[in-house]
Design a protein around this ligand. Structure first.
Ligand SMILES: Cc1cc2nc3c(=O)[nH]c(=O)nc-3n(C[C@H](O)[C@H](O)[C@H](O)COP(=O)(O)OP(=O)(O)OC[C@H]3O[C@@H](n4cnc5c(N)ncnc54)[C@H](O)[C@@H]3O)c2cc1C
Length: 419
């Protein structure tokens, strides 16, 4: 029987939980991380599941001392090209957004999930963070503390429990936080593939009736990761194909965009869902990552949003700890809820609308999409505005994500300087 105490207990050692553990430890909290550690994997040319992390997330990884380890395995995203392949009456013109238009070296980096989680875990192991590799099965919340327990007799008492335990969060349920979930009747395949024409750092979003396909550069100039979205039946049929038939289907869908297709990696199959918790907080509880919000894999938003949760929670807890106050007090939780609501709401509603617009065959919507694309091509200020909205939350960035927190170079009129 192990019985421990901590300021803050984090449930879940996925990417969000690990980032939250590091951010909160940096804020001066005594942190206990509860959850299974990652299974070590070696870097692969074609990783199945990757995450495109925007510059602010990369700044956070830098500030946490994780990015140097990852950079050799990370591919910079220099441009995003959007192609309308819906076959509608009003075909929208192609739009290409370039990071250089915002004075950035890159919009962000594409990183294999497995390598990201391992790098975060290595870093967390080198910090004074107590790690308990168990699965929590009970949480009791009282007005003054939270007690977590697991089957083997493990118990842990903390002032604040951080639910980083994914979409089926036990923390969300224990705190009595409800939520709404929307299934689109769609699925996604995540895989990677080799191609004959170099990607040149360009991510391609190919939109068509009923689904979309996004390629994201990998560190090898002749390899990209892929998210293929479609109706459940179509995705199931694609999953059932052997490697050769899948390659042929992919080559046909891409229509020669990256030249001939070579090897493809294992395919992962994910449901397309939007889940939004009614609140990010409950008694002695703060939710982060997919425990609070699940987005469809469109527009590379999910993990970026989750990292902003982790960094914001650290900002809310830090002043309380500095003044010797309770990190799980209602005032801290209210500050976290207020700071995260606008960002989470705009992303979940925005991605929901985007998904429905992209999947729509409704003529006025097609025409509107075409007009917006014309405007984006013709008006550089509008392009820059859209890029900034996609890159950053509507509120101020949390301190770990501000340029300078991790020593990123920023471009100025006089050349790059250390921020
Ligand atoms: C196909 C696909 C592509 C994506 N691409 C991108 C992208 O390009 N950019 C982007 O920003 N986002 C992307 N996302 C979203 C991103 O992958 C997720 O937001 C992210 O993985 C969520 O991480 P998490 O730590 O919140 O949850 P999870 O990864 O689900 O981690 C939860 C952890 O909690 C543990 N856990 C659960 N219950 C318990 C318990 N009771 N006790 C202890 N531990 C527990 C689990 O074992 C797990 O380790 C993509 C998602 C998909 C499906």
């Amino acid at each position: 029987m192990i019985s421990e105490q901590s300021d803050i207990a984090i449930v879940g050692a996925g990417p969000t939980g690990l980032a939250a553990a590091l951010a909160l430890a940096h804020a001066g909290a005594g942190v206990a991380l509860v959850g299974s550690p990652p299974v070590p994997q070696s870097p692969q040319r074609l990783d199945t599941r990757t995450a495109a992390l925007l510059q602010s997330s990369i700044d956070m990884l830098r500030a946490l001392g994780v990015f140097d380890d990852l950079k050799p395995h990370a591919a910079p995203l220099l441009a995003i090209r959007i192609i309308d392949d819906t076959g509608g009456l009003f075909r929208a013109p192609d739009v290409e957004f370039r990071a250089s238009e915002l004075g950035l070296e890159a919009f962000g980096y594409n990183i294999a999930n497995s390598l990201l989680v391992e790098a975060l875990y290595r870093r967390a192991s080198s910090e004074p963070i107590a790690h308990h590799p168990v699965t929590v099965d009970r949480i009791a919340l009282s007005p003054s503390s939270a007690t977590l327990s697991a089957d083997d007799g493990f118990t842990l008492t903390a002032k604040l429990v951080v639910g980083a335990d994914g979409r089926h969060s036990i923390c969300r349920k224990a705190a009595g936080i409800g939520g709404s979930e929307r299934r689109y009747g769609k699925g996604a395949i995540a895989t990677s593939f080799a191609h004959a024409v170099p990607h040149r750092g360009v991510s391609i979003e190919l939109h068509r009736q009923g689904g979309s396909m996004t390629t994201v550069p990998l560190p090898d100039p002749y390899a990209s990761s892929l998210i293929w979205l479609g109706d459940d039946a179509e995705i199931e049929a694609l999953m059932a194909l052997d490697a050769e038939a899948f390659t042929a289907a992919l080559e046909q869908r891409l229509g020669g965009l990256l030249g001939g297709i070579g090897e493809t990696s294992a395919r992962g199959h994910f449901p397309v869902t939007v889940l939004a918790a009614d609140s990010m907080t409950g008694r002695r509880t703060a939710l982060v990552g997919e425990a609070a919000h699940v987005l469809p894999p469109i527009g590379a938003q999910g993990l970026n949003l989750s990292l902003r949760d982790a960094a914001t929670l650290a900002d809310c807890v830090k002043p309380a700890l500095k003044q010797g106050r309770d990190p799980g007090a209602d005032a801290v939780l209210r500050a976290y809820e207020a700071a995260r609501k606008p960002d989470v709401l705009t992303r979940t509603v925005g991605i929901d609308l985007l998904s429905r617009s992209l999947l729509s065959g409704f003529l006025p919507l097609q025409a509107a999409r075409g007009l917006v694309s014309h405007g984006l091509n013709a008006l550089p200020p509008l392009r820059r505005l859209v890029m900034r909205l996609g890159m950053a939350p509507p509120t101020e960035l949390p301190s770990l994500m501000r340029p300078g927190a991790g020593g990123r170079q920023v471009a100025t009129a006089h050349g790059p300087v250390q921020a």
